[in-house]
Design a protein around this ligand. Sequence first.
Ligand code: BEZ
Ligand code: FE
Length: 288
Amino acid sequence: MATHRFDPNFTDNVVNAMGPQTNPRLRKLMASLIRHVHDFARENELTVDEWMAGVQLMNWAGQMSDDKRNEGQLVCDVLGLESLVDEITFKLADEAADAPTATAILGPFFRADTPYRKNGDNIVKGVKGGEMAFMHGQVVDFVTKKPLVGATVEVWQASTNGLYEQQDPDQEEFNLRGKFKTDDEGRYSFYCLRPTPYPVPDDGPAGKLLKLMDRHPFRPAHIHIIATYDGYKPLTTQIFDRNDPYLTNDSVFAVKDSLIVDFVPRKDDSQAGLELNYDVKLVAEGAK
Ligand code: BEZ
Ligand code: FE
């Protein structure tokens, strides 16, 4: 029984218009999407102007997007959708002390073609200001704690001006990014910046939504990591600086307690005054 005053058959008619050739998963997703969107419109008695504002926002996001900017993803991010899908997908990586490394969202600034570098290399080129840190650790099997030799650890971070290299014509290509292979003890290492908070791009529809919702655009300081090893579930995550003021109000809702880390002072190293020891615990394929 419909609990509203509109045509009680309308939504069923739209759902049932899908033909028999529709892929079953797509049928399920589309039926659910149509029902939720129609309920949203009925519950709020959506006006034509409000609906058209939403259409224009989607169009604007599409027009702004190219291979350097993914505004559709960013709109999803400020609405918490990428973080929710991450939570749904990786429910097992919980916050317990002895858990595999938790996942976090990929975000729009990953680059598939990031080059390999040697352990101990410096990923920071021509950056003004900021604090240098030596980041190192071991990639291990979560259950056996055995080091994973030859695992890949890929990292990327924003510069001190708040921009990733592909957003900033003044940074050299692949600045503040690198892929590292773990050595025969499963260890990786590199010099990087202590990350600093930055605003997500707010000159487009995602920024407009944030302003309309009276929210700030800042993300807490973080370093992105992807760790992979044959036979293991690939890990996409981010680690967050414990001292950051935005930890409790990330504009894209990606912080998990187990991903908060401590940079500590480093002695006798002319390249870095700080150090971060961060081990990555991967889960074998097929493990629960
Ligand atoms: C990032 O972590 O780089 C990011 C994630 C979501 C939106 C914007 C940036
Ligand atoms: Fe980021």
